[in-house]
Design a protein around this ligand. Structure first.
Ligand code: 5GP
Ligand code: MN
Length: 326
């Protein structure tokens, strides 16, 4: 995989004028926070910046500074000097946002997914970084790109959400140093954390109640899973973003090593979300067998079939890796 330096990426960011800043479908806090942080920094440099995500700005991230700049891509493709893909393990996970870039002289790929194949002209992938937002902080600081409170708040959201509030094992000493630096830039940690973690719509907890009703344990309690059918999703009027983080209730259980969330989709596929609590169980490798990917301890994929079929296939694949008979 080619690895570009921050100096090379910084040079291209300064040299070009028209930018598209993109990230993956079904965005999370790292995707949206990273997009807006880079967009605001480029804007301060005097650049023309377009920020697209297939799903637009999710309602729960409405508070992100500069959020109004992030839109769904238009149907008519546009031309850019440079397009930046952030936090996006494969180019096709850009979805319609990628398709709306008709041309870009330079594609820049900045990510922390180990499964990222390194598409693009300038590639910076650091799988040891817990969040793409952390890589962007280093880029901004090293290249002395513009930083302010609004940019810092977006980076804080990116890092906080991808580290489970600085808790997951991917959190490093450097992550805390960067967190401190972002607070010095003016981030109000209490306010931002409340907006992130204590501001959910009631239907999200109603969804959790339904999901817990489907909770199952396998392999003597080492595997926990729950499932969301289209019918329940429709009854509760849930939005796709409502289920972000609910899988953590399974991961939090004593003895559970692998947590799985199955979500029936409208296209005949099932979205599978997986978490591992053991370095020895690499859920990204399991998801890659089904065309997905992610990180060792947090990964996902989409598998064609009914809920029951996909549940069975995935459980079988996990039992190839951990002993399900004990
Ligand atoms: P989540 O379970 O929160 O949707 O995703 C966990 C991790 O797995 C994220 O880092 C995400 O990028 C990755 N991931 C989720 N779904 C897919 C998928 O369908 N394909 C790939 N390549 N990665 C995925
Ligand atoms: Mn990420």
């Amino acid at each position: 995989m080619t690895k570009s330096t921050f100096a090379e990426i910084g040079g291209v960011l300064r040299a070009h004028q028209r930018f598209a800043v993109l990230s993956h479908v079904r965005p999370d806090g790292d995707a949206l926070g990273s997009q807006l942080a880079l967009a605001l920094s480029l804007q301060k440099l005097g650049k023309d910046v377009t920020v697209w995500n297939e799903d637009g700005l999710l309602q729960k991230y409405n508070f992100l500074p500069g959020g109004e700049r992030l839109t769904q891509p238009p149907r008519e493709p546009q031309d850019f000097d440079a397009a930046v893909a952030l936090d996006t393990a494969t180019q096709n996970r850009l979805g319609t946002a990628g398709e709306s870039v008709r041309s870009a002289k330079t594609w820049i790929n900045i990510d922390h997914h180990p499964s990222n194949p390194g598409y693009g002209d300038l590639v910076y992938i650091d799988p040891t970084s817990p969040a793409t937002g952390q890589i962007l902080f280093e880029l901004i600081q090293t290249e002395q790109l513009p930083m302010d409170r609004a940019i810092a708040e977006n980076l804080f959201v990116a890092i906080s959400t991808d580290t489970g509030s600085f808790q997951y094992p991917n959190t490093t000493a450097r992550t805390f140093e960067i967190g401190a630096e972002l607070l010095r830039c003016g981030v109000d940690v209490g306010r931002v954390s409340q907006l992130l973690y204590e501001n959910y719509p009631r239907r999200r907890t109603e969804l959790l109640r339904e999901l817990l009703g489907t909770m199952r344990f396998e392999a003597g309690g080492k595997i926990a899973s729950f499932s969301l059918s289209l019918k329940v999703a429709a009854d509760l009027k849930v939005k796709p973003e409502d289920n972000e983080g609910l899988i953590d209730h399974l991961r939090a259980i004593h003895g559970v090593i692998v947590a799985i969330f199955f979500e029936e989709l409208t296209d005949g596929k099932v979205r599978v979300s997986m978490r591992s609590k053991s370095e020895e169980v690499d859920v990204s490798a399991i998801c890659q067998k089904f065309g997905g990917g992610g990180h060792k301890l947090a990964a996902g994929t989409r598998v064609r079939g009914t809920l029951a079929e996909v549940e069975q296939k995935i459980l079988k694949a996990i039992c190839d890796v951990i002993d399900c008979n004990s």
